[in-house]
Design a protein around this ligand. Structure first.
Ligand SMILES: [Zn+2]
Ligand SMILES: [Zn+2]
Length: 332
């Protein structure tokens, strides 16, 4: 009989994830089979489970911050060997023929596949992934601390790149992505201003402990005008607030995949050549750059580990903002 494998899956829309037993999947020609060690829990997973994004085909196993060991190889895979420890990110595959793929913007691909959304992801003991979209992981970082790098770290890094050479950066929503971006940006010599939910003293103390120059509620103005603001919280009302805190010529980057509606705001907040833009997904180039940077200045992820079977509790902790840093599932 084929070996069985545990996964936590979205089976019914609107219901909690359920444990399911599957056969261990077989990798296709261009895929690797992983024995998963750890998988990060991203806010995007919550948007998928809550139905904020179009529902995937069900059942679906979420999770796109997957760390595991290669235990099976498709015949065409040259990038990895059996026994390699690798990471699987959100960008699961791209078409390579659309105009975005052909212009180094595969993050905008017209026919993409996403790990844990259009393909089964890492809330599981095993997964298959397209080898060309996976990354070798630095040896010095353990599984639980490596997992959040694969989305929070990577998407955070892409958002930070959009800030250009901004010296003063505001981070709105100080969760998994922001706490990693803050460390990278501070290592680059920038000043970081952390905006949390109002009265979140624990979150603000956490931000200061990582070297942020200032931390306060998202309803308070920073002590100096920002050159850039990165919004990680899925709250549309933060956009006018961030614009109001940003200097002329500055940029506000929306880094999440979903946001509540943005309230109308006076044009003067945008006037002065301020820019508003979003960041969507990632390219493999972003990943290569980010992991090269991580080798030199490894950001220290702050993680709270939950057993795989407790995935619903991990999602609930993200929903209420109870996690300082990132939530990670132990899938061993
Ligand atoms: Zn494409
Ligand atoms: Zn994510």
């Amino acid at each position: 009989m084929a070996e069985r494998s545990l996964a936590l899956a979205l089976v019914t829309a609107g219901a909690p994830l359920q444990p399911i037993e599957r056969e261990v999947p077989t990798p296709a020609t261009d895929e690797v089979l992983l024995r998963i060690h750890a998988c990060g829990v991203c806010r995007t997973d919550l948007h998928i489970v809550d139905g904020d994004l179009a529902l995937p085909q069900l059942p679906r196993v979420p999770g796109h911050e997957v760390v595991g060991t290669v235990i099976g190889l498709g015949a065409g895979v040259r990038r990895f060997r059996l026994g390699d420890r690798i990471g699987v990110p959100w960008l699961g595959a791209t078409c390579q023929v659309c105009r975005y793929c052909r212009s180094r913007r595969e993050n905008l691909c017209d026919a993409p596949q996403f790990t844990g959304y259009t393909r089964d992801g890492g809330y599981a003991q095993h997964a298959v992934a397209r080898a060309d979209y996976c990354y070798p992981l630095p040896a010095g970082i353990d599984d639980a601390h490596a997992a959040p790098l694969l989305c929070a770290g990577l998407i955070g890094y892409r958002a930070l790149r959009m800030a250009g050479d901004a010296a003063r950066i505001g981070l709105y929503g100080f969760g998994a992505a922001a706490h990693l971006v803050a460390q990278v940006a501070i290592a680059q010599g920038r000043e970081i201003f952390a905006f949390t939910r109002p009265q979140d003293d624990t979150g603000q103390a956490f931000a200061r402990s990582l070297g942020c120059a200032w931390a306060g509620g998202s309803d308070s103005p920073p002590p100096a005008a920002l050159d850039a603001a990165l919004i990680f919280a899925p709250v549309g009302a933060l956009l006018p607030a961030a614009l109001a805190a940003t200097a002329k010529g500055g940029i506000v980057v929306c880094a999440g995949i979903h946001m509540t509606d943005i309230p109308s705001f006076p044009y003067r907040l945008l006037w002065g050549e301020r820019i508003v833009r979003s960041v969507a997904n990632l390219t493999r180039e972003d990943g290569d750059e980010f992991f090269a940077l991580v080798q030199r200045h490894p950001p220290r992820a702050s993680v709270e580990v939950f057993p795989l079977r407790e995935a619903n509790a991990a999602l609930a902790a993200i929903r209420t903002g109870r996690v300082n840093g990132a939530a990670v599932l132990d899938c061993r």
